[in-house]
Design a protein around this ligand. Sequence first.
Ligand SMILES: [Mg+2]
Length: 369
Amino acid sequence: MRIDRIELTHVRVPLVEPFRISSGAVAEKDGIVCAVHADGLTGYGESSPMAGSFYGPDTPESCWAQLTGEIAPAAAGRSFDTLDAACEWLDTFPASNFAKVGIEGALWDIEAQRRGLPLHRLLGGTRNTAESGLAVGLYDDVADMIRAVERYLAADGYKRVKIKIEQGRDVELIRAARKAFGNIPLMVDANGAYTIEHASVFQELDQFGLMMYEQPFAGHMLEDLAKLQTMVHTPVCLDESLEGVAEVKRAIELNALRIANIKIQRVGGLRNALRVYEMCREAGLDIWVGTMPELGIGCVQGAALATLEGCNYPTDVESSLRWFTDDIVDPMITVTGGLLHAPETPGLGYRVDAAKLARYRVAQWEIAK
Ligand SMILES: [Mg+2]
């Protein structure tokens, strides 16, 4: 594979409603669409950090600077014997995972096209559907949260509901959700907003029969997360903690989790996501695929990964129009009866819409060698 040309487009699409978690809020979705041309084929990837740096240190601006200033100039004109060799080179390149994943994902698309395989089959997926779960952010009013959940469940039939919590806004939200929706599959995500001092909150939440507690404490607090797991019945799921292979290994050794949320963006691409997946499988953990959430390209990758055996909780990949007023892929991502369908056509199986890239473009850049 020889990389001849890389085109980058920073796009910004308005959200349907602002998304708020315990550490901040956004009203627009930024994504960097990476088109890589190699061997007569064009593959697409997406670099999709959360705007506003409240999820992590990586932002659309920092990733744009790394992609245009370092990664794409180094990758263009370079040849690789295999996809694995290309991913290995990218993995060791000194740049952020959220930037590298844009190029890495495009290389997987090219490889899938070259081999005539849909992406989910290239990844090892054993089915062509994946269950989708609804995630809702924080709302000022509990009634607004309940109405939002009702609306989205009615539209797409999601297989579970995930509610964001923060200190002082936790037990009442779950009590209200249980009252409104009965015994539906329900879970919480704290985005690291608590510490071990608040273990009693999670002990109290145990009464609601939740599927899991996602990231109760900050990512680095693995010992405390392990301690919490011994104090509660509900499984602890880690998200922000699982930044890469080394972090996942340590979390497993400490028994800090029973369930892993794998995010392709956070671990720097599909190759690393597969490595983390294998580690979690070997450790006997349950797995599901999270999102940032990404625009369509990142969502297609997430849905493809979610078709793998052992991804036995619903993914956070939702329909395009649940989050965004529009999407850059054609057709847009849809959830029907709570299921995402992975296309059986080679590569991503979705067309990237050039007119929409132009409509939502913030910046454009390219290099050819
Ligand atoms: Mg999370």
